[in-house]
Design a binder for this molecule. Structure first.
Ligand code: GLU
Length: 485
């Protein structure tokens, strides 16, 4: 059986869009499912010099999601180099070959001439593709123009009639009439290859067996097939992934919110939730499962289960999944992942293992790591305001100050090291009983006094986490404030 070789070929634009991450994931899952190779190729002939800035986020993003690659710009491989900007000589050789065999021809039309003729054709309602003016220039004319030093591009001598049929694994047979393709450019006059040309040369030289990419490239595929034919190379198999739409059924874009991996990471999405969600964008688990890890996705992945219809991206679902993964993390691990978010908000948990206890208290109340600093804020600061409605309801009424003072007094009898969930609760139950009121009547005002909020983790968990000193101080301060008002 042939060895499966799949490549992910991003342009290094500095960020990884969710659609590209999905493409990378499907390529990777397919390669891993088939015991094949996953190759990372950087398509950087268009982006100029700033390699680091464009490429590093891609490598980091894939690694963050849990993908690894067998060959790539950072680790080399048998068909290196893996950056197109380092392969220019290979494209030149291939261009010369098509030229020598008459399958390509030099085009001397300048961009201005092309634009003027295109505009004219549009005015007259004719096709605005290249008019093939240089296709049949006499050899003597070509020599003359070359001798003049006229810059020239290389174009494909594409067939004028007939059609190319793409056999796509996802979409089935898709037909393209040659009359609708023009003699597209292969190598620009400055020597840079076009995407279609470099892609075919590289996919062939890198022994790629399956090209898996977004549907926006389907219309490039007949052009690439013409190139394989011109070279006499066997084409790979193609699978085009369905578009990703937003809930409003338009193409997912920046205006719909976070769309790049970096943004997701900064908001506090977990990579395991994100890859799980991405796997569901156009693919489905054979048992209909919605929650699964990468190993399970690898085991079940197949191109046959990719849907033809667009996938709809739903923030609520990814948030729900994130909440699910977040709740399943051990507290120490959650704390480790939360730490950078806490630090960025100016909270530095001391001693470091305190954070694990704090996150455990709110673990089932947050969906994103980025929500933790706010959810835990009152453990780090006491300059909070009291929730207005809660204040009116529980504090701004006769007797509230006294309730807090008596609570404070009762708690003060507990030694510091006995300030536990069980003991503080027992103190409150006894106090409520002795005052002939419900425990809730003590609990609500106390929660406000300690946290400023009306909701949160269990009150006695909060007391134990705050410790005796802070608890008494906050109760005292709140009561004093009420007496003043
Ligand atoms: N550089 C192209 C892109 O990022 C690659 C397309 C392909 O996979 O052929 O869209």
């Amino acid at each position: 059986m042939e060895e499966v070789r799949v490549r992910f070929a991003p342009s290094p634009s500095g960020e990884v869009h969710i659609g590209n991450a999905r493409t990378a994931l499907f390529c990777w899952l397919f390669a891993r499912n088939r015991g094949g190779s996953f190759i990372l190729r950087i398509e950087d002939t268009d982006v100029g010099r700033n390699r680091e800035a464009g490429e590093v986020p891609i490598l980091e993003g894939l690694a963050w999601l849990g993908m690894d690659w067998d060959e790539g710009p950072d680790r080399g491989g048998p068909w290196e180099p893996y950056r197109q900007s380092e392969r220019l000589e290979l494209y030149r050789q291939h261009g010369r070959r098509l030229l020598a065999e008459g399958k390509g021809y030099p085009c001397f039309c300048s961009p201005e001439e092309l634009a003027a003729r295109r505009a004219g054709a549009q005015r007259e309602g004719r096709s605005s593709g290249y008019d093939r003016r240089c296709r049949d220039l006499a050899e003597s004319e070509r020599q003359r123009l070359r001798a003049e030093g006229r810059p020239h591009a290389l174009r494909l001598r594409a067939p004028l009639e007939g059609e190319t049929v793409v056999q796509d694994i996802v979409r089935g047979e898709v037909r393209f009439l040659h009359a609708e393709l023009d003699d597209f450019v292969l190598v620009r006059s400055d020597g840079r290859p076009t995407y279609n040309f470099a892609c075919v040369v590289d996919d062939h030289l890198m022994r790629i067996t399956h090209v898996i990419r977004g549907e926006e490239h389907l219309s490039n595929t007949p052009k690439q097939l013409l190139l394989y034919e011109a070279f006499g190379y066997e084409p790979p198999r193609f699978a085009h992934l369905p578009m990703i739409l937003a809930l409003d059924r338009t193409k997912l874009s920046k205006r719909h919110g976070a769309t790049s991996l970096q943004q997701y990471r900064d908001l506090g999405y977990l990579p395991e939730a994100l890859v799980n969600y991405l796997a569901l964008l156009g693919w489905s688990h054979p048992e209909g499962k919605e929650v699964f890890d990468l190993q399970e996705a690898i085991a079940h992945f197949s191109l046959e289960r990719i849907s033809r219809s667009p996938s709809v991206y739903d923030d609520r679902k990814i948030e729900w999944l994130n909440g699910h993964y977040l709740r399943s993390l051990p507290a120490a691990e959650l704390a480790r992942r939360a730490l950078p978010f806490m630090r960025a908000a100016g909270y530095d948990p001391q001693p470091p293992d305190r954070l694990a206890k704090l996150v455990a208290a709110v673990q089932d109340r947050v969906k994103l790591l980025g929500e933790l600093p706010d959810a835990l804020a009152y453990f780090f600061r006491d300059d909070f305001h009291y929730d207005e409605e809660g204040y009116r309801k529980y504090l701004a009424r006769p007797g509230a100050a006294e309730l807090l003072e008596r609570s404070r007094e009762a708690l003060s009898s507990l030694p510091e090291q006995d300030f536990t969930v069980e003991n503080t609760e027992a103190v409150y139950r006894r106090l409520a009983e002795s005052m002939g009121i419900r425990a809730a009547e003590l609990i609500h005002p106390t929660r406000l006094a300690l946290t400023g909020r009306t909701v949160g983790p269990g009150l006695f968990d909060i007391m134990a986490l705050l410790g005796k000193e802070a608890t008494l101080a906050r109760l005292g301060r709140c009561a004093a404030g009420l007496r003043r008002d």
